[in-house]
Design a protein around this ligand. Structure first.
Ligand code: ZN
Length: 114
């Protein structure tokens, strides 16, 4: 017959064992949540950057210079990043020419008026 002290000690050991068994799965869950948190923070930062660009777009549109001397400027690079990127001519068709951005590959069709 166990003493009260022995019974309580055994019960304490069982509680400790249960926690120990649970810790591995809790650690996995914790790491998984940490990874999800980092992914959500990254996505949140991307959305914030897009929202910031959206709020600046009207002013950038006003300041866009499509052509400067021989250079054609990419509208996407200007509106999104306020950078002047040159565009190059690419193979056209019978109906249109195409300009493609050297930086972001944004393409603009310049259709021939017939
Ligand atoms: Zn571009």
């Amino acid at each position: 017959m166990a003493t009260v002290e022995q019974a309580l000690q055994r019960a304490a050991e069982q509680v400790a064992d249960r926690l120990k068994n649970k810790s591995a799965s809790l650690n996995r869950e914790f790491l998984s949540l940490e990874k999800q948190k980092l992914e959500l923070e990254k996505k949140q930062a991307e959305i914030k950057a897009t929202l910031d660009a959206t709020s600046r777009a009207p002013q950038r549109l006003l300041n866009f210079v499509p052509v400067l001397g021989p250079d054609h400027h990419c509208p996407a690079c200007w509106i999104n990043h306020k950078t002047r990127s040159r565009m190059r001519s690419t193979l056209g068709t019978d109906d249109a020419d195409f300009l493609r951005c050297n930086a972001c590959d944004f393409e603009v069709e310049i259709s021939f008026d017939r």
